[in-house]
Design a protein. Structure first.
Length: 247
């Protein structure tokens, strides 16, 4: 896609399935990619021509130092993909600790990343921030309130940042996937004692296309939003949900 070669991209949750797929696609497009995650796996990152850094999104000091180290190593970033997220699925039974953990990672963590990457984008003269929301940021779902609240909030942050940063030629959009078949889905089935195949059938039936999405399909949309192909898009929600919200 136009306008991606030699640009520096930072991806949070970079070793998760969606962040990793996004890193792979951006690297294929010629970007220099930093995968940020709570854990480190330099060999896995190198396998897709990326670099990895450890970051704790609960710690602003670590975030600031990591962003500076990425800039010193790869150059100033002009792409930020906020894909890291916590998954605590509860309703009114959620504890104060549940709420704190969800908001501190999903909302505050994304905000602090933007705070420390935007100055690099200003040095570049342009930028694209891609915030991962979800179809859960549009509808109510049983026992999803903790997650849903943060994904609605991400859409609000996207509009606010788009308004604030347009004058710096920085675009901000949210990406809203439907259900995606990832290791997180598989692990949640195991944790809840559910049959993986049965749950996949249930999730697939929620989409007009009759299946869950694939990480590489979400990654292609990340590349689009990061590239010059989407140069007239900001403050928007890009829904990639196989028809989930159309039902």
């Amino acid at each position: 896609m136009r306008g991606l070669k030699d640009r520096v991209a930072i991806i949070t949750g970079g070793l998760g399935d969606l962040g990793y797929a996004a890193g792979k696609r951006l690297a294929e497009e010629g970007c220099l990619v930093a995968l940020l995650d709570i854990k480190d796996d330099p060999e896995r990152a190198a396998a897709i021509d990326c670099r990895s850094w450890i970051v704790d999104l609960l710690d602003e000091t670590t975030i600031e130092a990591t962003c500076l180290d990425v800039a010193n190593t790869l150059g100033p970033a002009s792409i930020l993909v906020n894909s890291a997220a916590r998954f605590i699925l509860k309703g009114i039974d959620a504890s104060p600790d549940d709420w704190d953990e969800m908001t501190r990672v999903n909302i505050r963590g994304a905000s602090l990343m933007a705070k420390h990457v935007v100055p690099q984008m200003e040095r570049c003269g342009n930028g694209s921030i891609i915030n991962f929301s979800s179809v859960s940021g549009f509808v109510g779902q049983p026992r999803f309130s903790t997650y849903t609240a943060t994904k609605f909030a991400i859409r609000g942050l996207t509009r606010g940042w788009a308004t604030d940063l347009a004058k710096a030629n920085i675009r901000v959009n949210s990406l809203c996937p439907g259900y995606v078949y990832t290791s997180a889905f598989i692990n949640s089935c195991k944790d809840l004692g559910l049959d993986e195949d049965e749950e996949n059938e249930k999730a697939s039936a929620m989409h007009l296309l009759g299946r869950q999405g694939r990480p590489e399909e979400i990654a292609s949309t990340v590349a689009f939003l990061a590239s010059d192909e989407s140069s007239f898009m900001t403050g928007s929600d890009l829904i990639v949900d196989g028809g989930y919200l159309a039902r």
